[in-house]
Every structure is written in structure tokens, then in C-alpha cells.
Design a binder for this molecule. Sequence first.
Ligand code: MRU
Length: 353
Amino acid sequence: MNVAQPIEWTGKGVVMLDQRRLPGEVIHHTYTDYREVAAAIKDMVIRGAPAIGVAAAMGVALGVERSSARTLDELRAEFPGICRTIAQTRPTAVDLFWAIERMTRRFEQLSAANTPFDALRRALVEEARAIHAEKRATDEAIGRFGAKLMPATGQVMTQCNAGALATAGIGTALGVIRVAIEEGHKLSVFVPETRPYLQGARLTAWELHEGGVPLTLITDNMVGHFMKQGKVDAVVVGADRIAANGDTANKIGTYQIAVLAREHSVPFYVAGPVSTFDLTISSGEQIPIEERSAEEVTHIRGVRIAPDVPAAHPAFDVTPARLISAIICERGVARAPYTESLRRLASIVMAIS
Ligand code: MRU
């Protein structure tokens, strides 16, 4: 499957495709300092929950690999600061914190075993690369489980970009659609533009078009119209954080699509890896919602489109579990009651690792 690669670990450093410049320009940056990786996450060079997780892991590995520490004790003193810098980038996608925690566990294991300095650096790079490879496998599995839920023929709506650009694999929501098409489903995709940051128009439309997947780009306020006309057969979206009860944070605008899907009896699916589950919180009310700059609302690509007035920009919203038909992860498909099904699927992962 031919998909865009948003991030790679190379001998020169961490290479990222600059998603801010798509679809007009395909530009890559090479980062050699973990602070640059943190800035790239914050500034949306890379975005999408699983891809942010991979970037965070590579950022930690880079911090350790390029550290000027000369002893393990010096590195131990420096390590929490590296993790803090990366953690303070974007608050909603739990994959970021999951990846930092996993890198921290590995670091602690290695340093408790008094692993020689160079071996420890190499092992952390390997851990970050393993996380990257696992994301690819995870997406494929999500795709296979999700494809079974897709209609044999019809139009599927998504929101934002939950494709290869967002995961470093084949995508979660878009992975489901891609695998379904590979398996013979005749699907086309409704792509809401996803104001204000336009991930739908700029990234999903680009990614699907490049991959030869039929699509129709619409503005966000056309969703109800097309659902009412019976033109949407299913919705599948990604997730930034899924609470223990199934409430799901995803890109702003997801909630209104879920409400409309319920009104029009359209199944509404969430696709996300187990690393997106946050079973430490009981409901979506506890999910921190990132507030981004109001300028992203009043301006499009630097051009002012509104008078100089106050504007709001919550970057995510929370869809209540009762509006979600199923949650697709790499271990299977969770259905209500989610408090039980999510815990069961998460514990399968814990038993294996
Ligand atoms: O602000 P973004 O572009 O990082 O938001 C991305 C989304 O909301 C995605 O739908 C989500 O991260 C899932 S990506 C598989």
C-alpha cells in the first residue's frame, strides 16, 4: 500500500514531512535536537495522535542519543527534562504521554541494569523505532477489523485526518477505508474540510487522492444536508483519547457529526489503537482540550477573513459513548457497555507485553 511517510528515524536525525505546507509543497525537515522535535509537534509539522506518539518517542531517543552527558548519572539527571519538554507540547492526544512513559520505562530498566552508556543510547533508539514499527502493524489490524463493518457499497464520512499522515502507518479511520476497498468494497469518502486548520481539505483530500480513493470534499456545514439526503452510509473517525466509558476526544466537529449520524440512523465508528485508551479517567469530562490560537480562526494561511473580533479555538471535542456504534482497535471491536469491553481489550495487550 502506497502511503505518505510523516516521520522517519535516519542516521542524520529525525526527518519529518512538514504537514503545514501540504498539499502545495512536499518539504521535509531533519531535526537533530529533541527541542526541535518538541517544537515541531507543537507547531503541527507533525500531527495526529499516533504520529505524535512516534515523534515523542523519537524525540526522547534523540535527546538521549545526542546528549552531552558523559556519565550515566549525568544522563539520569538530564532525562526528566527531555521528557518534560516533549510532554509540554500538546495536551489532548494521550499517545504522546503513552510514548514518553514507555521510553521512560525502558530508560529506567536499562539504567537500573547499569547498561553501558553507548548500549543504552542504542537501545533507546531501538525502542523508538519499535514503537514506529508497531504503529504500522497496529493500523493494519485496525483496518482488518474495521473493514468488516464497512458497507459493501456506499459513501463513508470521516473527519480531520486519521490517515497515514496522522499515524505513521496506513492510518486508523482511513486505514479501515483503505483495507475495505482492497477487500472489494466499493466505497467513496465524504471529507469535511475540518475548519479551522483544514486537515480534511489539505491532508485527507490529498492523501486519498494520491492513493486513488474516490472522495468528495465538502465544507463542515454540509454534513447534515448529505446525511438527510441518505447519502452517508457510515462514519469512521480517529481518536485522540478514549476514556474508560468510551467517551472519545477527536478533532473539533466530530461531536456534531456523531449527533447528526444518530439523528439519521447512520452508524458512527471510532478507530484508534489501544495506546489511545485512557483508562485512568472515567469519562470524557476529564479529557484536557487543547485551546489553539484564535488567529487560526480569524485567518486562513495568513490572510484575515474576519474583522478583529474575539474568536475561540478549541481544537478537539468529546463525543459521548452513547453516540458511538463501536470502537475499533488492533485487538478487535468494542461495543457498549464500553467500560467492560475497553478494559477487556486493553488487558489482552497487557497480558502479552
Ligand atoms: O490537531 P490534529 O491534527 O493533531 O488532530 C488530529 C485528529 O483529531 C485525529 O483525528 C486524531 O489524532 C486521530 S489520528 C489517527
